[in-house]
Design a protein around this ligand. Structure first.
Ligand code: DTR
Ligand code: ZN
Ligand code: ZN
Ligand code: CA
Length: 456
């Protein structure tokens, strides 16, 4: 392993460890290091070195006291406005004004978007952190409205305060992310995600395409908490799960959440989504109480949509972990190195394909690549054959999972398969032995694998 590559992986590991050990990570470490891919000497494989500077910054510990201070403000706002922060009530607009003032003071570019529903003006607040690649946006959002019955401190002062304090931490760090960061506070979620639908509907197609991912935080401080990570985009899910794995907290997947909060309008137009939920009016099972503590047989949040959803209705531990998970996700996704031109791993040795016979394989060993394979892994295939319809072709990942590249066809009588397939291999670890598996399933015509390659 070259010094450059070993140094890189060591620093990345320590950055992850620091982010996970939230209580240790006060302040920031900035390390400039070189990203380079290994040159391998294995025969028939070619690697192009491509150094580039990358800065890894340690993830800050979000002070839960600050998050709680925002919740105290939301509670005061409700107290002063008939006990609620619901859409159309004075307590909603006062909540928006509070959040906006904090963000304006921290250097965000804020936009107040208005809409009308149920006979009242609604407001979304959007905050952009100046800088980053405008064509790659990482967005986090939370609804800021409560139901009319109460002050809505867990639902959803918690998510609102968590993303607010993370945004303020971005400002305190003077973070210079590679991607563009955007935060959103939605109005009228409790009336059917009206605000977030309005935002997405009014976002031009070209702007939608720039959002690499949207993370939703609706209820992250439930008093009898569970930790449910949205089971949607694998990468966004993986980042949040990594945070919790790093602090030794088990998670479950949130499948119930589909369509139940503000990520739904994003998902519906094809934007990748993820998020965290610490539970509502569902009952905690005995198994869940064993793994998470708390009380089995009771709701995760017995005050869900009730007047008792006050600042007393919060688990500080859940709120702390939830807020730290937001920061972890924003730092990890927002400071990710931009995709670099690919490193090629190739096998040019010929492999004969027996006529109407058993499958054969050709291997390529990938090494020196950090993390998972790309979502658009390029698989270049060059097979000589006198009737390509005979051929069934699969890509086999290092763990044995297979991806079908081509089915057989009795009518495709053309010669040769010379093409590049795109495979979503983002759930596969990049390093290891990949195989091209080819089988000829009809008699008479024959051929061989001439070469094939993977571009990472
Ligand atoms: N939409 C939320 C409550 C809710 C219920 N299930 C889920 C799952 C994931 C996120 C949120 C929720 C509310 O505002 O009432
Ligand atoms: Zn609600
Ligand atoms: Zn909610
Ligand atoms: Ca054949």
């Amino acid at each position: 392993m070259s010094q450059r590559a070993s140094r890189r992986s060591r620093v990345l590991r320590s950055a992850v460890a620091t982010g996970a050990a939230a209580t240790l990570a006060a302040g920031f470490l900035a390390t400039t290091l070189a990203a380079g891919f290994l040159a391998t000497t294995a025969s028939a494989q070619v690697t192009q070195a491509r150094p580039a500077a990358v800065t890894v910054q340690a993830v800050p510990d979000i002070p839960v006291a600050n998050v709680k201070a925002h919740l105290a403000q939301f509670q005061s706002i409700a107290n002063a406005n008939g006990g609620t922060r619901a859409h159309g009530r004075a307590g909603y607009k006062a909540s928006v004004d509070y959040v906006k003032a904090k963000l304006d003071g921290a250097g965000f570019t804020t936009t107040l978007q208005t809409f009308t529903t149920s006979g009242a003006t609604g407001y979304n607040l959007i905050a952009d952190w100046p800088g980053g690649d405008a064509s790659h946006v990482i967005m986090a959002g939370a609804h800021l409205d409560s139901v009319t019955a109460g002050p809505g401190i867990n639902d959803n002062g918690s998510g609102s305060a968590g993303i607010l304090e993370t945004a303020l931490a971005v400002s305190r760090a003077g973070l210079q992310p590679t991607k563009h960061l955007r935060f959103g506070w939605w109005g009228a979620e409790e009336l059917g995600m009206i605000g977030s639908k309005y935002y997405v509907n009014n976002l031009p197609t070209a702007e939608r395409a720039k959002i690499d991912g949207y993370l939703n935080f609706d209820m992250i401080g439930s008093p009898n908490p569970g930790y449910f990570v949205y089971d949607d985009d694998p990468k966004l899910e993986g980042v949040l799960k990594n945070y919790f794995a790093g602090v030794g907290v088990p998670t479950e997947i949130e499948t119930n959440g589909d369509g139940r909060s503000d990520h739904a309008p994003f998902k519906n137009v094809g934007i990748k989504v993820g998020g965290l939920y610490t539970g509502g009016d569902e009952i905690k099972t005995a198994a869940q109480a064993t793994k998470w503590g708390g009380t089995a047989g009771q709701d995760f949040d017995a005050c869900y949509h009730a007047s008792c959803d006050t600042s007393a209705n919060i688990s500080d531990t859940a709120l702390d972990r939830g807020s730290d998970s937001i920061a972890y996700a924003i730092w990890t996704l927002g400071t990710e190195a931009p995709p670099l031109p690919g490193t090629v791993f190739e096998n040019t040795a010929d492999v004969q394909i027996p006529d109407n016979g058993a499958a054969v394989t050709s291997s390529v060993t990938v090494s020196g690549v950090t993390g998972n394979a790309p979502a658009a892994l390029q698989v270049g295939v060059d097979i000589k054959h006198t009737y390509r319809g005979d051929l069934v072709i699969d890509l086999v990942a290092p763990d044995g999972s297979t991806y079908r590249l081509k089915n057989s066809s009795t009518s495709d009588s053309a010669d040769n398969v010379v093409t590049t397939y795109t495979v979503n291999a983002s759930s596969e670890v990049a390093n290891g032995v990949w195989k091209l598996k080819v089988q000829d399933i009809a008699a008479q015509d024959t051929g061989y694998i001439n070469s094939w390659k993977l571009t990472f």
